[in-house]
Ligand binder design. Sequence first.
Ligand SMILES: [Fe+2]
Length: 179
Amino acid sequence: MEQSRGKQTRPAEGLKRPPMDQFLVQELNQLLANEYLLFTRTLNFHWNVVGPRFHSIHLFLEGQYKELLEMTDDVAERIRYLGSHPVSTLKEMREEGSLAEDPGSFPSTTNMLAELCDGHQEINGQIQEILDKDSVFKADRGTEDLLIQLQRKHQKMIWMLKSHLATETENSHEPSRHN
Ligand SMILES: [Fe+2]
């Protein structure tokens, strides 16, 4: 008499899943895939950076990829809370994500930082597109809050990357001492 339950799509036991969550789960899985791809890109550049700024950039990127892994984990665990399953294999990450990869390419340090900045910008826009569908979040402020926190973290990382890319003269607003 309970056999019909087995035909439902893989809900986690004990968790209710309102219909609206289906939309969010799909969006969150696409976001998760991009977070993972950006984590991988950052780890790649941590390994392959060379040049006079090697030490500082190597350490800087280590902090960034660790933070991205935590952010990826947060999205995956939210999908579990919503009663579904996150994309969990490299094949699924490539299929669901939109961030481009360029195997065998080892850009200059400046281009590495610029490519990472582009990735953060793309995800920042992707999160904004989800948040703009605000009627979805009336019943799920928890997911909305998670997305806003993620967006703020990406924006901070964009600022840090842009600061590495800026020249010192862009920041010199000191009044002349000769006046
Ligand atoms: Fe390392």
